[in-house]
Structure formats: C-alpha cells, structure tokens
Ligand binder design. Structure first.
Ligand code: IMP
Ligand code: MG
Length: 419
C-alpha cells in the first residue's frame, strides 16, 4: 500500500495494524482456552498454580516462536521476489517488508519478565503489549549492524509542538548513540523556510546544549542531521554546535530534484489541498486556521482548542481523495508529485514529499542499507506520516518520548555489551 511516491491511505478500511492484530488473536487463543487456575482462590499460589503459570508462559512463548518462523519464511520469499506467496502474507495480506528477522520469543520473555503478561488471567495480551514486544525484538535484531537511526520529532523526541528540553533523558542517550559512531537524524514533518536553522535549533535547543557539554569528536558531531519538511530541507551539525544547511545538489538524487523544483505542479497540488481543507473548515464549522507554506498546507486548531481525531481524519481522507483524483486525471501528464497528507495528532498537514523519500535519501547519502537503518516514530497508523518509512527500513512504533527512552536504554545496553 505504499509506493515511493504516494501513500494511499484510503485503501485501508480500518486503522489497525494487521500483523499486531494477527499476533493478538493468536495469543488470545491460549488465553481463552487455557485458564488452568480458573478456580483459584485468593490464598498465595500453591505448587499447581505456579506450574500453571509456567505452562501459560511457555504457551505464549511457543506462539511467538511460531510467528518468528512465519516471518523468517516471509523473508525467504522476499529474497526470491515473491513475498505475496508467503504463508504470512496469506494470513496477513497487509504485512509489510521485514528488513531483519525478529527474535520474538526472546522479546516476549523479556517483556513477560517486566510486565508479567502470562500471569494475567483477566486481561489478555493487548495491542500495546505486542507493539512493545515487536519493538524489543527489532532493537535486539538491529543492534549488531545499526548504522543510521532516524527519529520523528513531535511525540517521539518531545511532546507535540514543544521543544527538546535540556533535562530530557534522551539527550544523554542520543549522545551515546553518536559516541558509537552511529549516524543520527531527526526526520520531521515540521518545515521552516525562513530563518530555518535557528527555528530548528530552537526546537532542538536542549539536545544541542547537551552536545556542547559532551566529549563527542567533530566527526561524531557531523553524524547528526536534521531533515525537515519530511524530505525537503537537510541540515548537518557543525563543530560550532550549530546546524548548517546542506545544499540539495549534495544529497538529492536527480529524480527528486526534478519534482522538488517544479513549483508550478507543487502550487497546483497545494491549491487543491487548500481548497478542500477550507471547504472542510466551512462545512464542519471548525475552529481552525489554514496555513500555507512553500511546500505544505495545514489545518491548525485555534489556540486552546482540540479538534476530535475523527474530524482530523475526515479532513485527511477527503483531501487525499481529491489529490489522488487530480493526479489521475488525463490533464496530469508527468509522474505524479509525491505528497504526504496526515493527521499529526492535533492538526492536519499536506506536505510535498514524504518520510519514505527522506529516509531513502539519507540511506544513500550516509551509505546505510535498509537492514542497518531504524526509524523511530509515533505515527504508524494509516493516516500517520511515519508509516511510509516501513517500506525502506526497520521501525519502532512508540507512543511518547518515554517509550523512545525505554527503547534507547535497551539499544544502548546492547551496544555497550557489543563493544
Ligand atoms: P513530526 O511528528 O516531527 O513529523 O512533526 C509533525 C508536526 O509538525 C505536525 O503535526 C505539525 O504540528 C508540525 N508542523 C509544523 N510545520 C509543519 C509543516 O510544514 N508540515 C507538517 N507538519 C508541520
Ligand atoms: Mg510525530
């Protein structure tokens, strides 16, 4: 459902992750069928109850081993160029590409030791339990070969619309990643055209301050990049601890430069998006402003107002519909312009370009293969802007900066042991 240049959100009927739902359903069979301690009273667990807990854990672990094998088989079919013939694909038709195997049994046992999933008799393994297990498995799998880690900004590194705080635990963790000579990039939708360096510097102020206090070498500092506007504006950290604009010709392939400079077509796409967003504002009487930039147009709620997720999704899906209809019309002769229309949690944006192109350009520029690249983000539902990266790298789906921190603690622990 993703292509390099277009993300067709509308093909998805519901906004669930197929693989997570499949694992949840498979685990729930054990949960439903085997409640061996159903009649237990509230006295401390006896020997029988203790062995029932061990069997419960083993059954869940078996399921995770089974899914792990399905993924390995799917990877084999990917290598043969026919992933659609894998058993996993038949069971989960929306399944994406796997850039590494996933040690799910090991990840489950780690999660179970922490969150005692198998000891629960009233609450079955949840969507979030499985999302976190997949994250742990991905961290374990990629640690030995990690070359490039990309982070979404809002809700991944800092709260929505906020700046990177000096006292954020992520400062030291990101410094640690750079100290392992790993390339680190923030790949954010936020696109600033005027005074861009200082706008990004102020969003990342806490992190940049941390860099100044660190022992990072100049080469390590130079491995930190910021890619703004999904894939449109690249900055590199200098040894003066400031961000420096990297000219497009240095890192953009010819094909990307062709559309990114086509201002006529960019304006045509943004005009259609803007017209639909304005219509939504009028029809649904939304307390919101429409903001137009060179390569983006957005709907932003008035200060202090929250707009319901369903309404934001309606704006996303209707705008997507009109843009795709325009791009398929006979009058559009050239290759369609890539765009990303997404629900940012509290606002809606249509950006020219998307994070898939962003990650792919960084991979080519920094010489990182898909199986050596990890993207961490919060918007992996079908109306989110991190979703697109899945086609080209490994991913961690987190829901807030606290979870980013937990994932980085796991990752840096492994990197430390590997040293
Ligand atoms: P991300 O989570 O780092 O990708 O940032 C997404 C958020 O950046 C959006 O939800 C907006 O609140 C904000 N933003 C600011 N400027 C832009 C823009 O030009 N395009 C898209 N999002 C923007
Ligand atoms: Mg985000």
């Amino acid at each position: 459902m993703t292509s390099t240049y277009r993300i067709n959100y509308q093909l998805r009927q519901h906004k669930r992750d197929g693989l997570i739902e499949f694992i949840k359903l498979t685990l729930s069979t054990s949960f439903v069928l085997y409640d061996e301690a159903a009649d237990a009273d509230i006295s401390p667990p006896n020997a029988d109850e203790k062995s029932a807990l061990i069997r419960s854990k083993e059954r869940y672990a078996e399921v995770m081993s089974g899914v792990e094998k399905l993924i390995n088989d799917h990877i084999e079919m990917q290598k043969l160029g026919e992933p659609e013939h894998s058993r996993l694909h038949r069971l989960v038709p929306t399944v994406s590409t796997f850039c590494t195997p996933l040690p799910l049994r090991k990840a489950f046992l780690l999660a179970d030791a922490q969150h005692t999933i198998s000891a629960r008799r009233f609450v079955s393994p949840s969507f979030n339990d499985i999302r976190r297990i997949l994250n742990t498995a991905q961290v374990c799998a990629i640690a030995p070969t990690l070359n490039l880690i990309t982070f979404d900004g809002d809700m991944t590194l800092y709260d929505d619309g906020k700046d990177f705080e000096q006292d954020s635990a992520l400062v030291i963790l990101i410094i640690q990643l750079l100290s392992f000579n790993i390339n680190v990039a923030v790949v954010t939708a936020a696109g600033y055209t005027e005074d861009a360096e200082s706008r990004y510097e102020s969003r990342l102020s806490g992190l940049l301050h941390g860099f100044q206090l660190s022992d990072l070498t100049n080469a390590q500092l130079g491995r930190f990049h910021v890619l703004g506007g999904e894939c449109n504006y690249l900055f590199q950290l200098g040894d003066d601890y400031h961000l420096h604009f990297v000219p497009q010709e240095v890192y953009q392939p010819e094909q990307v430069r062709a559309w990114s400079q086509n201002t006529t077509e960019i304006d045509a796409v943004l005009d259609i998006a803007q017209a639909n967003i304005e219509k939504c504002v009028q029809e649904m009487n939304l307390p919101a402003m429409v903001i137009r930039k060179t390569k983006a147009v957005g709907l932003v709620p008035q200060p202090g107002v929250t707009i319901l997720r369903e309404i934001l999704d309606e704006v996303v899906l209707s705008t997507q519909h009109h843009l795709l209809r325009y791009q398929r019309s006979p009058s559009v002769l050239q290759a369609p312009l890539p765009f990303c229309c997404f629900n940012g949690g509290s606002d809606v944006w249509v950006d020219i370009g998307n994070k898939l192109i962003g990650v792919q350009m960084l991979q080519a520029y920094l010489n990182a293969k898909p199986e050596e690249t990890l993207h961490v983000g919060d918007q992996f539902l079908s109306t989110g802007n991190d979703y697109a990266t899945r086609a080209s790298c490994c991913t961690l789906w987190i829901i807030n900066p606290q979870e980013t921190q937990e994932a980085l603690v796991q990752l840096t622990d492994i990197l430390e042991k590997q040293k």
